[in-house]
Ligand binder design. Structure first.
Ligand SMILES: [Ca+2]
Length: 155
């Protein structure tokens, strides 16, 4: 299993990178043992996607490799798929996060630790990745992909 931190040429990705001064705008999980299936939250919802398709519109900047037995990877995939597949994108959480990014960029106001517009039934990309990794102590709806990368890299 790999956690991929990516960027793209789309305006949303560019804005996130610019607003945060960070090199990535998205995080997705690659299940190599499940026919190279990606699983991630996109604006169109939480879904699986082939790696091949994913790479037509995303560029991998960092990847973290979690070595595990194929059977263990399949169990994690089943769990995450059953829990999240078909959920909607967490628009509220994203809008609040974006407003905070805007204020940080313009007025150097630090991002808050929690997101009051977070919906527990909908996900942004970091929420899906954090759920897979069982990080209990972070509000993933207020976490940028790059900040998640730094946390995981330090572990
Ligand atoms: Ca959420």
């Amino acid at each position: 299993m790999k956690i991929l931190f990516t960027k793209s040429n789309k305006i949303g990705s560019k804005l996130i990178q610019w607003g945060l001064d960070e090199p990535v705008s998205h995080v997705a999980v690659l299940f190599e043992s499940v026919e190279n299936t990606m699983f991630h939250a996109t604006f169109s919802g939480v879904k699986k996607e082939t790696l091949e398709s994913f790479l037509t519109h995303n560029e991998i900047v960092y990847n973290l490799d979690y070595n595990m037995l194929p059977v263990d990877e399949e169990i994690i995939y089943e769990k995450v798929y059953n829990k999240y597949n078909g959920d909607s994108y967490d628009v509220g959480a994203f809008v609040f996060f974006s407003i905070c990014v805007f204020f940080k960029k313009l007025f150097k106001i630090p991002l808050p630790k929690t997101n009051p517009w977070n919906s527990t039934r909908n996900e942004i990309c970091t929420e899906v990745a954090v759920s897979i990794l069982n990080l209990q102590d972070v509000d993933a709806s207020m976490l940028s992909p790059y900040q998640l990368y730094l946390i995981l890299k330090a572990k």
